[in-house]
Design a protein. Sequence first.
Length: 381
Amino acid sequence: MAKRTRIIEGTWNCTSCDTKGIPARHKLCPNCNNPREVTGKESEFDFGGVDAKSGKSLREGVADDETLELAAAGEDWFCAYCGAANRGDASHCKQCSAERTADAKAAVSRELPSPEAPPQPVAQPKKPGGTKRWLVLGVLFSCCFGGGLFRCWASSTHEYPGEVTGTAWKRAVVQERYLPVEKTGWRDELHGTAPRMPVNGAGEVAGVANIRGCVSRQRGTRRVADGTERVCRNKTRKVACGTEEKCRRRDKGNGFVEEVCEDVTKYCSESYEDCKTETRYRTEPVYAQQCTYDTYEWAPQDRREASGTDDRPRWPTLPVGGLDRLRREEQYSVNIRYEDDGVKEHVLEPKREQEFLAWKKGQGVNLTVTNLGKVEQVVPR
Ligand SMILES: [Zn+2]
Ligand SMILES: [Zn+2]
């Protein structure tokens, strides 16, 4: 596709006499004869607006040969002695005749932003809060490096002295007997097994016997294919739809811009129907044979309880038969009082008698408590 090139002339403002919109071809102000300099924004050119869609300059292109030749002379340089702007290909300052030296500033040519490639937005750093907040955060962070701040605060602990104000125990003995029972189960999961009675409360086998009375019952559901259906969805896609003009501009560093325009393929979004054949499903019940059978299980027969607030837990007594077994239950509690913003109570629940017996009424203890009030540890003092 053919490229079309134009030269666009910029304008500058004289800071000496305040003349505005001086064409770039004048390196001296036509009004006061002051040279254009790098300082005071005199060399920041206005190249006019561009078409938002194509990026094409709204100004007319330069047509006369003399100005085109000036635009092709390269980046301007600024005289190190008098500061005047000079043609890129000049070896001496037009204003003061000084030689171009290595320390003379030169303008730079650069690509100007175009509508199709907008400059990437730079992420703005978030406005920081007050100094005080940062200070607090800083202190917290330095004390709990790397952890969540709240979690850190919540898990910070304090030590408190406390005292055991009482202990209690509760014990129960449950007598269980191995008795016949009737149950139901799915036929394919039942395997006939002879029961075996326990000896001294152990070694029993429940067994599965006398499977009978089987009936068909719903056991669950399953998903089955039920034909196909055509499903259509509206979608969009990009398709070529003719061409559009796109322009790039290059600041030549001497008050002129080189503009290159070309016709590029234009893409439009088009909606279309996307159709597929999909399998349709339905759920249907699943049936199986459910049967009654005989088996055995432990059933509670009797229960005896004992409790106390002393430090000598005892088991209640129960007579035991040959088919019976005894199941034992035990519960212990130790009440502890401590001061943390007022009098607090904490209850320890030892799992075993040996742990329970380590605590005595009136005994001094040390508690470790978090900022949220959770008791993490209690040790005898
Ligand atoms: Zn002037
Ligand atoms: Zn000079």
